[in-house]
Design a protein around this ligand. Structure first.
Ligand code: UTP
Length: 416
């Protein structure tokens, strides 16, 4: 143990992170071991790179951005049935699984608890998790199956999430049979000097590594293996905060199978050319999503011969992947994006600091940064009012908030 501690001290010294052991002697035995484990698992070279990246000026790389082809679900005419039949057959054969990403912190919503436990104010008072479960069960019923459901949590909210499901008898699902939880990866948070922070518990201050961590987590936690054992070939990945998310879509699946692509994504057309959303495009010939901040006014307003926006297909976190694609995407590290956030920590004098303005860097990977790993993918435009009712903000904001989502949900299900 002592030699091990010495080795760890050496590593910390090498990377200028000795502060991590400042309170080691004050921890109980279990926490001591946890802290050492955390330190062992930190990739300090990566941490160094991440910190350096916060200092770098963003170089304006001359990426070649071009529009991406898409299909409109409601302009498929005869092809609609054709794709639908292909998809239905595959779903009936048990080839589809659903993954819900529920590891986010939901800071904008400000709900005390995992976002999936949030009640959007329907008369039924169902949580987001239950609304999703209802949809998944109803869709599965059409095929006489239960679609296997995988929930990605974070270390922070895993326990509460699992307990919430158990309290509600897993909404008719069976844990470890057709319902699986897995915890996403984390990265240390650091201060403006590049020092990794110590959290209130005396341990390394870690934060979820963004929804882009999903591919690596699915592989590392053996979920892709589990999926294969279940006979799954296609995986729908969506967020927990879209109460109209349509996880089972035979048309989308039929398109992916027929067109032999490994990724098929849904889009909704931008509400207006300057809506602040990321849109599908090709970047240097590969599928990608371009942020609204990266796009010029001219590009945002450009239309094709039918008057449709060239960059009008918003990414709504509704994507279907083959398991092969997930494994390929999980093999290569994605770029990390830096966010400057408020984070409580223990300072060098042992005091808890509760900042009232951002003080720490958090690093997140974005799911769509992996799209470039595949040569081609299909984009299917669907109707916003049928599939997209996000709960991002609190009601004061007035957009993408519980009241707007509730209205969309009620309208779609004719609840008034
Ligand atoms: P958002 O990017 O909207 O983040 O996540 P969020 O955590 O829900 O909310 P804010 O930004 O803190 O207010 C979109 C989806 O991706 C999941 C979220 O749970 C949500 O379903 N997500 C996000 C993760 O699962 N893990 C992450 O690290 C980040």
């Amino acid at each position: 143990m002592d030699t091990e501690l010495e080795e760890i001290k050496e590593i910390l010294k090498k990377y200028g992170q000795e502060q991590l052991l400042n309170y080691y002697n004050e921890l109980d035995e279990i926490k001591k071991e946890t802290l050492l484990n955390q330190i062992r698992n930190i990739n300090f070279e990566l941490v160094k790179k991440l910190y350096d990246s916060t200092k770098e000026q963003k170089v304006n790389v001359e990426d070649k951005i071009t529009p991406i082809d898409y299909l409109d679900k409601y302009k498929l005419n005869d092809q609609y049935k054709y794709y639908e039949n292909i998809g239905k057959k595959a779903i009936r054969e048990g080839k589809l699984a659903a993954v819900t990403m529920a590891g986010g912190q939901g800071t904008r919503l400000g709900h005390n608890g995992p976002k999936g436990t949030y009640d959007i104010g329907l008369d039924s008072h169902k949580s987001l998790f239950e609304l999703l479960a209802d949809n998944l069960k109803a869709e599965g019923k059409k095929y006489d199956i239960m679609i296997p459901w995988f929930i990605m949590t974070s270390r922070e909210n895993n326990k509460e999430t699992v307990e919430f499901f158990e309290k509600h008898r897993c909404f008719g699902y069976k844990k470890d049979k057709n319902l699986f939880f897995f915890v996403q990866g984390e990265l240390p948070m650091m201060d403006t000097e590049g020092k990794i922070l110590i959290g209130e518990d005396g341990l390394v201050k870690l934060a979820a590594d963004g929804h882009g961590g999903i591919y690596e987590s699915l592989v590392k936690t053996q979920m892709t293996k589990k999926m294969r054992e279940l006979g799954v070939e296609w995986v729908f990945i969506g967020g927990v905060d879209n109460c109209l998310v349509k996880m089972v879509d035979p048309v989308l699946m039929g398109i992916a199978i027929d067109k032999k692509v490994t990724v098929a994504c849904k889009s909704v057309v931008k509400a207006n050319p300057h809506e602040k959303v990321g849109v599908f495009c090709k970047r240097n010939g590969k599928p990608n999503v371009i942020e609204y901040s990266e796009i010029t006014d001219e590009m945002a307003e450009a239309t094709d011969e039918n008057g449709e926006l060239l960059y009008g297909e918003s990414h709504i976190l509704c994507n279907l992947f083959s398991i092969d694609a997930i494994e390929r995407m999980g093999a290569e590290p994605l770029p990390y994006h830096v966010a400057f956030k408020k984070a409580k920590y223990i300072d060098k004098d042992g005091n808890l600091v509760v900042p009232d303005s951002p003080n720490a860097y958090k690093f997140e990977a974005f799911l769509f940064d992996a799209f470039g790993e595949v040569d081609d993918m299909a984009v299917l435009r669907v109707k916003r009012e049928e599939e997209f009712a996000p709960v991002k903000n609190s009601d004061e904001k007035g957009v993408d908030c519980p009241s707007t989502a509730r209205e969309l949900y009620k309208k779609f299900y004719h609840l008034d």
